[in-house]
Design a binder for this molecule. Structure first.
Ligand code: SF4
Ligand code: ZN
Length: 286
């Protein structure tokens, strides 16, 4: 097999992201964009792409790293996040579950079926809170094509139709304090993100989270990889079917704010506050 030409490959990556940004108008002039930077390959590629496009699209960029508190794992990711932010001259703001909620993710691990459940709830909330404090117009995440279709299929499996409004490369502002998400890697497959990092010898944290195998996402991911192996193009077809079927019509979701923490929520008390209470009760009994 002919070796890949790194210049061509890098061009393909940049052009694919640029096309999504243009087609779906992910960025507007003068936007202040926060990027959620874990130090993994996806968020690091998103950082590199956005730094490259800053002048062309005329926006500001700040990176935010969240330390969930996963011993033996997260600190290596944060090191990679710091190294890349420093190298590219992007300001990095750091937050942690311990500081914000009073416990680490490791301390909650035996309380839920999967650690990914509290992890996702708390990370989303903290990232939104810090982004608001930084005056962000958008939050860019490293969600790639694989992540998107995994999430889509997981919602189908769980008949969680409310989540359908959260798909697509750009989420609209549905509450004044909920910073809209954008996904520049929306059409880039995960394996290409990995190839980009290896080919360019970028300092990324490749290790898998110790909790990832217990999640439904890991099972869906394995299934999709098997299908893609048997029939190339399956993943892109799923994304296309989804895009065509739903056309990203966002159903109006009525959002108020949590009466305890003030963050946007469709419930009186948000999921994060409900879980904080559960976890603190659990920890006090230990
Ligand atoms: Fe959090 Fe799960 Fe991702 Fe680990 S795999 S960082 S627990 S969401
Ligand atoms: Zn709350």
């Amino acid at each position: 097999m002919k070796p890949l030409d790194p210049n061509k490959f890098n061009k393909y990556i940049m052009n694919t992201a640029r096309d999504v940004i243009q087609e779906y108008q992910l960025i507007e002039p003068d936007d202040r964009i926060v990027i959620g930077l874990s130090g993994g390959k996806d968020s690091v590629l998103t950082l590199h792409i956005l730094v490259n496009l800053m002048d062309e699209f005329d926006f500001e960029l700040v990176a935010v790293s969240i330390d969930e508190g996963i011993i033996g794992y997260r600190s290596n990711g944060i090191d990679a996040a710091r190294a890349n932010a420093t190298k590219l001259g992007v300001e990095l703001v750091e937050g942690s579950f311990k500081e914000e909620f009073g416990f680490t993710l490791d301390q909650t691990a035996d309380l839920y079926q999967s650690a990914c459940i509290p992890c996702g709830v708390f990370r989303r909330q903290l990232l939104n809170k810090i982004s608001n404090e930084l005056g962000a117009d958008k939050v860019a995440t490293g969600h790639n094509l694989d992540d998107e279709i995994q999430s889509f299929l997981m919602s189908v499996f769980k008949a969680d139709f409310r989540r359908f409004s959260k798909f697509g490369p750009k989420l609209d502002r549905i509450h004044p304090n909920l910073v809209p998400r954008i996904k520049p890697l929306w059409k880039i497959p995960e394996k290409d993100v990995g190839m980009w990092a290896v080919m360019n010898e970028v300092d990324v944290h490749f290790a898998e989270c110790p909790y990832s195998q217990s999640s439904l996402r890991a099972k869906v991911k394995n299934y999709l990889n098997q299908m893609e192996g048997k029939r190339k193009g399956t993943k892109l077809s799923i994304l296309e079917s989804f895009s065509q079927t739903f056309k990203f019509q966002k159903k109006a979701i009525i959002m108020g704010q949590c009466k305890l923490c003030g963050e946007p929520s469709s419930l009186n008390v948000c999921k994060a506050c409900e879980m904080v209470e559960e976890i603190k009760n659990h920890l006090s009994k230990k």
